[in-house]
Design a protein around this ligand. Sequence first.
Ligand SMILES: Cc1cc2nc3c(=O)[nH]c(=O)nc-3n(C[C@H](O)[C@H](O)[C@H](O)COP(=O)(O)O)c2cc1C
Length: 208
Amino acid sequence: MDITAVSTSSTLPAAETAPLKVAVILGSNRDGRFGPVVADWFLARAAKHPGIATDLIDVAEADLPTAITFSPRPEEAARLGAVSARLAAADAFVVLTPEYNHSFPAPLKTLIDWHSAEWQAKPVAFVGYGGISGGLRAVEQLRQVFAELHAVTVRDTVSFHNAGALFDDEGRHLDPEPADAAAKTLLDQLVWWGTALRDARNLRPYGA
Ligand SMILES: Cc1cc2nc3c(=O)[nH]c(=O)nc-3n(C[C@H](O)[C@H](O)[C@H](O)COP(=O)(O)O)c2cc1C
């Protein structure tokens, strides 16, 4: 079944035809990290995909404290508030995650744990990268985390094995077609779920 066929009926309210707001979360903050190459690659694919508007949320810039508290210090509260508002505004998420020791990076978990309702009844797709694993173990663990948060994870992923060797110095993928096809599949599924769940939340607020 072609899931890219989306109704464009002019009778739909504007909120239901507006571009899907997709927060793209860059999950590593390591000095010298490879993540920005993956982020630039993905955002370029997303820019060509119809019906979405992206917002890049970088865990390095968010710089959230690891201690979850109801009374963060003022400068931390300001940073938290800014990132929380952007997550709340999103209709869907794409998490870009490397694999660290068969799991996902700690700052990504910190960003996830600081939030709750922001994730609920929204879809989450994954772009994993790493060494031999291609980030796949990190992605499978994240599916368990997001299930707890009432989010829906998208089946198909993009996975980059030995990621550093797949791109040239300008961040161009050396064998672009399979990767582009994987990104399109992921985005098609994300848009289907994101649109369906946005419509559903508008019709009936999610009560977790
Ligand atoms: C602490 C650490 C642990 C890692 N563990 C794994 C691993 O378990 N499996 C894997 O395939 N790659 C592993 N790698 C390789 C990273 O996934 C790879 O270097 C990736 O590019 C890191 O993303 P980043 O540069 O954006 O931080 C590890 C790297 C680091 C720094």
